[in-house]
Write a protein that binds this ligand. Structure first.
Ligand code: ZN
Length: 143
């Protein structure tokens, strides 16, 4: 085999490995996405069946609001944490496909592999995330 062919083969092996890594990452994210949706559905069901049913029925008596509207409205608030995560997961999948995954949105540094293992949809490195959380807290206390 010539040097060039060998180089090409090595390159292909790297690409293959990279693609496999991407695919398993996407599989992991899709699984997380499904779990969140399942959990969210459970919460909506609990809400519909549970203690707050009374409120739903009271509002329904008004006739202005359909049960679906109300459930959606409340679930949107209650489930906003889930929604945020779903958005982040979608974003991560998009980034994987665009080859921009794993880079901090603020400083542009590489997000550590350890961090991505724990939070596969992290958009910021740990330093920037911590700064962001401190700023968020300050902003909240100013409100
Ligand atoms: Zn950063």
């Amino acid at each position: 085999m010539t040097d060039n062919k060998q180089k090409k083969k090595a390159q292909e092996a790297i690409e293959k490995e990279e693609n496999e890594r991407k695919e398993s990452l996407i599989r992991l994210l899709v699984k997380m996405r499904e779990d969140i949706i399942k959990e969210a559905k459970r919460e909506i069901k609990k809400f519909k069946d549970g203690e707050k049913k009374q409120i739903v029925e009271t509002v329904m008596d008004d006739g202005d609001m359909s049960l679906v509207d109300l459930a959606e409205d409340i679930s949107l608030k209650q489930l906003s944490a889930h929604r945020e995560r779903l958005i982040k997961i979608d974003e991560a999948i998009r980034k994987i496909n665009e080859n921009t995954y794993g880079w901090c949105e603020d400083c542009g540094d590489e997000i550590s592999v350890e961090r991505l293992k724990i939070i596969p949809f992290a958009t910021h490195c740990r330093d920037c995330q911590e700064k962001k959380e401190i700023l968020d807290k300050i902003r909240q206390s100013e409100d």
